[in-house]
Design a protein around this ligand. Structure first.
Ligand SMILES: NC(=O)c1ccc[n+]([C@@H]2O[C@H](COP(=O)([O-])OP(=O)(O)OC[C@H]3O[C@@H](n4cnc5c(N)ncnc54)[C@H](OP(=O)(O)O)[C@@H]3O)[C@@H](O)[C@H]2O)c1
Length: 281
């Protein structure tokens, strides 16, 4: 039986929507609470899974600045505890990390073995999680992803679709660049990676996964507004602004673009994100 840790999140719901996940067990925080890593690990061991995908995390980026210790438990201690169970059972463990482990300094697209240097507390805890999970070893794949959107939960595209309808004008940051990722495409990558790890444990490691083409938040907002307009819905005008115009408690990396050639070499595709916007509007 496959176990997905997480139930209501974007990735968890995207996995739940797949026809091949009908027999998987989805563990929300009431069934398996990552805030208590040892209990969570014991619960996972009882289930005797043959694959585990960890779709759960502390994802409140700004809140992590204040609640660093709690974020660390969810993003580092708990994934390490789950990874130990999977290693002991000799089963694939697919874990998800983030572009926020990188510094955001502009340069070539980030490769998996580039040095990490998180600029905020969330990124720091995810980086610690990567190191902890990799040090456990076993059939583990860590998929770093970025700018996740989907029809589920809260995300930038859904917010823009709402604001686009409500307002005449929306100001959007234009000097942060990244690769948007459609959660159902990420779900496909997780499932394919788990299948591959079952047959080929030597594929264990870190991979970058995002949809194709790097763009700014302003580009994503404009694509969302264009989608509304194409459906005959009056949409707001997009006004590009700078990061300095939109202060947040946690600093965001300005340059977050991934090189995804390592995962693509396994036959896992990174489709165009623009084609996915319609599903969220
Ligand atoms: N969203 C992004 O833009 C983004 C970017 C880069 C990387 N990522 C990474 O991608 C992965 C999936 O993110 P997402 O966008 O799907 O997240 P999300 O929509 O914010 O969902 C978070 C998930 O974490 C679970 N969770 C939270 N606290 C928990 C706890 N104490 N115990 C157990 N589960 C708990 C939630 O459980 P319930 O089901 O019980 O609510 C939910 O399923 C995460 O590892 C995230 O760090 C996300």
């Amino acid at each position: 039986m496959w176990v997905v840790v997480g139930q209501s999140g974007q990735l968890a719901q995207s996995l739940a929507g797949r026809s091949d996940m009908g027999k998987a067990q989805f563990m929300g925080r009431t069934q398996l609470d990552l805030a208590n890593p040892e209990q969570a690990a014991a619960r996972l061991r009882e289930l005797q899974p043959n694959v585990v995908i960890n779709a759960a995390a502390w994802t409140a980026v700004d809140q992590a600045e204040k609640d660093l210790d709690q974020a660390r438990v969810l993003n580092a201690d708990a994934p390490a505890a789950l990874a130990r169970v999977c290693r002991d059972l000799d089963i694939p463990f697919v874990h998800v990390s983030t572009d926020y482990v990188f510094s955001g300094e502009e340069g070539p697209a980030w490769k998996e073995d580039d040095p990490i240097a998180p600029v905020n507390a969330y990124g720091q805890t995810k980086a610690e999680g990567e190191a902890a999970v990799m040090s456990v070893g076993g059939r583990v794949a860590i998929l770093r992803t970025s700018w996740v959107f989907s029809p589920f939960g809260n995300n930038f595209v859904k917010t823009m679709a709402r604001l686009g309808k409500e307002r005449d004008e929306v100001r959007v940051v234009a000097d942060q660049v990244g690769r948007p990722t459609y959660a159902p495409d990420l779900a496909e990558a997780c499932v394919r990676m788990a299948d591959l790890l079952q047959k080929s444990p030597e594929l264990a490691g870190i991979y970058h996964y995002a949809n194709s083409e790097h763009v700014s938040w302003a580009d994503v907002a404009q694509a969302t507004f264009d989608e509304l307009t194409s459906r005959g819905v009056k949409s707001a005008r997009m006004v590009p602004i700078t990061t300095a115009d939109y202060p947040t408690p946690a600093k965001r990396p300005a340059w977050s673009t991934f090189d995804t050639s390592k995962i693509e070499a396994l036959g896992i595709e990174t489709p165009d994100w623009r084609a996915r916007i319609g599903a969220c509007v």
